[in-house]
Design a protein around this ligand. Structure first.
Ligand code: MD3
Ligand code: FE
Length: 200
């Protein structure tokens, strides 16, 4: 399952990574990380989240959805940084801007189980991912949970584009190599995913 999958290692230069982390940390002051929960069971997620943009992806006991409001502050999500809008324009090959930037914040022991991203109605738009901070062991599978998978490390500055068939593939994060980078306070990892949610 690699059709439509593009990996751009070290696409984001170190100076740009630093500036972006500073910009994100500043936005988090008023647009804080929160801990979502699994639908139905309410089990807390291992990864903390927030969002930037007009819409944000939220998971709680009631289900998964996109919404325009931060669940804790009741305020609109913060803005998507210009440098990420430019990244989307440069690599997505999609003629409309992203509506959501999901911020995944990983600690040393955070994991993201194998899943598909199916809450977006703009089915033809890719997802563009930027990794910052400590390296992660990322796993990409196929269209079914039982499909074979392959693993790769995602390092700070790496960009991944999930278009075509890969957009519908199972994927997850098996482990974080904590302290493999000093970019994020505490040695953690941030993954940013840019998404088009609704058809234009
Ligand atoms: C493959 N994030 O936010 S990024 C997610 O590292 C998510 O935080 C992971 O899975 C992370 O949903 C992986 C790479 C990625 C992002 C979206 C995908 C791979 C994908 C959507 C479809 C297929
Ligand atoms: Fe995903």
């Amino acid at each position: 399952m690699t059709e439509g999958f593009r990996f751009l290692p070290e696409y984001f230069p170190p100076a740009a990574q630093k500036a972006l982390v500073a910009e994100i940390l500043a936005i988090l002051e008023t647009n804080p990380l929160y801990r979502g929960a699994m639908p139905r069971t309410g089990k807390p997620l291992s990864v903390r989240n927030t969002n930037l943009g007009a819409l944000g992806w939220v998971s709680d006991i009631k289900g998964y959805r996109y919404q325009p409001i931060h669940p804790d502050t009741g305020q609109p999500w913060g803005p998507i940084p210009r440098v990420l809008l430019d990244l989307w324009s440069d690599v997505s090959a999609y003629p409309h801007p992203p509506q959501a930037c999901l911020v995944n914040w990983y600690e040393a022991d955070s994991r993201l189980g194998l899943h598909i991203d199916a809450d977006e109605t703009a089915k033809d738009a890719p997802v563009v991912s930027l990794s910052l901070g400590s390296r992660a062991l990322f796993r990409l599978g196929g269209l079914e949970r039982s499909s074979p998978t392959s693993s790769m490390r995602l390092a700070s500055g790496d960009v991944v584009i999930l278009g075509g068939a890969s957009r519908r593939a199972y994927h997850g994060v098996d482990r974080i190599y904590a302290q493999s980078s000093t970019l994020i306070p505490g040695g953690g990892r941030i993954n940013l995913t840019l998404r088009r949610v609704t058809a234009p």
